[in-house]
Write a protein that binds this ligand. Structure first.
Ligand code: UD1
Length: 417
């Protein structure tokens, strides 16, 4: 297992291009199972989670190929099985996103229940309630979910929580169901809108994506399409913190500024200078910052996927900062590691109280999950001395060329295999 060795890097400077969104492309790859025709997806970040999803499509009988390392061609002309490999399911929770499309296309799916996850139990009850409402008969046997339906029929579905994955799975099943489906209290994340745009370009009839009620009229057949993935708002947020925590100046290209509003608002509140322009976003770290409070919420609230990175910044923001995590039950795994680097943080239930310190110090730390790993890398850039970050496969799951991009801005970072 590799590690990153990071030295205090001083102020980062330069331009960085944000890659296509990991969380948008994963459901879109799953959605290619809905047609036997060819689909081409552009600006696909070639990272581990994407490669797992690609392998999953191949395992089911689909054909895939890369073009110029950015476009992914997928044609699921024939699907040879309806059981999803246990190994692939356990490698990545997002594998569960093939349940909806496989059920719609093949009338059956057998898929492993996602196992535990470091950031919480992450059940799939809302996905299953939605698929059951569309007429699937669902049983659970030997750790697998087995869903079957002679035909899916549109229904009114109310989600108890606006789950991103459940909204996506239900959308992908409903586009081929008979009649109209209404999903209420659904997720409104930009990735939902991107999936909706992809499905619409395949011939699906969808209204209301990006609002809390999505209406879908089922069609008999979907066709192949060509689509470009939206920029990754979480990667953008991470580079915003890289500029802020090092007191540098970084220009982000390929961003949708609207998707970054919660992060921009919180950074400005802390004193970071942000300029919005046609070509992108300029972030200038302040020499003096003010403490802030953050509460994670579904979009357009502050994203849970940026909580860990912001928390790193707050460890060196003078005063008392408060971070409350409401989306996941156990998402403070980075805190003990930041404390090892000299941070002053207390956890009280779902909140972290952070007293800003003048300086973090480098040491050996471990990435417990994707965003926690990124948070430690950001902390390491500003810490004195050398920090070694272990278990970096978590970071490779979700950041495209992260270390190269940071190096191009002046970061002193080495990957040791
Ligand atoms: C997606 C993102 C993830 C992000 C999360 C929240 C992808 C591939 N992953 O994950 O990066 O952190 O949205 O923005 O897009 N829940 C239930 N029952 C369910 C489903 C979810 O109780 O059936 C709960 C979860 O345990 C969690 C909350 O709902 O507490 C949010 O989960 P959800 O929105 O479903 O996240 P994911 O789609 O798994």
């Amino acid at each position: 297992m590799g590690k990153f060795v990071i030295e205090n890097s001083g102020a980062l400077h330069g331009n960085v291009r944000i890659s296509g969104s990991k969380n948008a492309v994963l459901p879109i790859i799953a959605a290619t199972l809905l047609t036997d025709e060819a689909c081409q997806i552009h600006d696909v970040p070639k990272l581990t989670d994407v490669l797992i999803m690609q392998e999953l499509i191949e395992d089911l009988g689909g054909k895939t190929s890369w073009e110029n390392n950015e476009a992914l061609n997928i044609q699921a002309a024939s699907i040879s099985k309806t059981q999803v490999s246990y190994e692939l399911c356990t490698k990545m929770r997002a594998s569960f996103l093939v349940a909806g499309p496989l059920l719609a296309r093949m009338k059956e799916v057998k898929i492993s229940l996602p196992g535990g996850c470091p950031i919480g139990s992450r059940p799939v009850d809302l996905h299953l309630k939605g698929l059951a409402a569309l007429g699937a008969e669902i049983s659970q046997e030997h750790g697998y979910i087995h869903a079957k339906a002679d035909k899916l029929v549109g229904a009114n579905i109310y989600l108890d929580f606006p789950s991103v994955g459940a909204t996506e799975n239900i959308m992908m099943a409903a586009v081929l169901a008979e009649g109209q489906t209404t999903i209420q209290n659904c997720a409104v994340e930009p990735e939902i809108v991107d999936l909706s745009n992809f499905l619409t370009s395949m011939g699906a009839k969808i209204r209301g994506s990006g609002t809390d009620t999505i209406r879908i009229t089922g069609v008999d057949k979907l066709k192949g399409t060509n689509h470009t993935i939206i920029p990754d708002r979480i990667e953008a947020g991470t580079f915003m913190i890289a500029a802020a925590i090092t007191g540098g100046e970084v220009f982000l290209e390929n961003v949708v500024i609207d998707h970054l509003k919660p992060a921009i608002a919180k950074l400005r509140e802390a004193g970071v200078e942000i300029e919005e322009g046609e070509a992108g976003l300029n972030i200038k770290g302040a020499t003096q910052r003010q403490p802030i409070d953050i509460k994670t919420l579904p979009y357009p609230g502050f994203p849970t996927d940026m909580q860990a990175q912001f928390l790193s910044l707050l460890t060196v923001t003078p005063g008392t900062n408060l971070v409350t995590e409401t989306v996941f039950e156990n998402r403070f795994m980075h805190v003990p590691e930041l404390i090892r680097m000299g941070a002053d943080i207390k956890i009280d239930s779902r909140s972290a109280i952070i007293e800003g310190v003048a300086q973090l110090t480098g040491t050996q730390v471990k990435a417990s999950d994707l965003r926690a790993g990124a948070a430690l890398m950001l902390a390491a850039l500003a810490a004195t001395g050398t920090t070694e970050i272990h278990d970096i496969y978590h970071v490779d799951r979700g950041y495209h060329h992260f270390d190269q991009k940071l190096r191009s801005l002046g970061a002193k970072i080495t990957r040791v295999e």
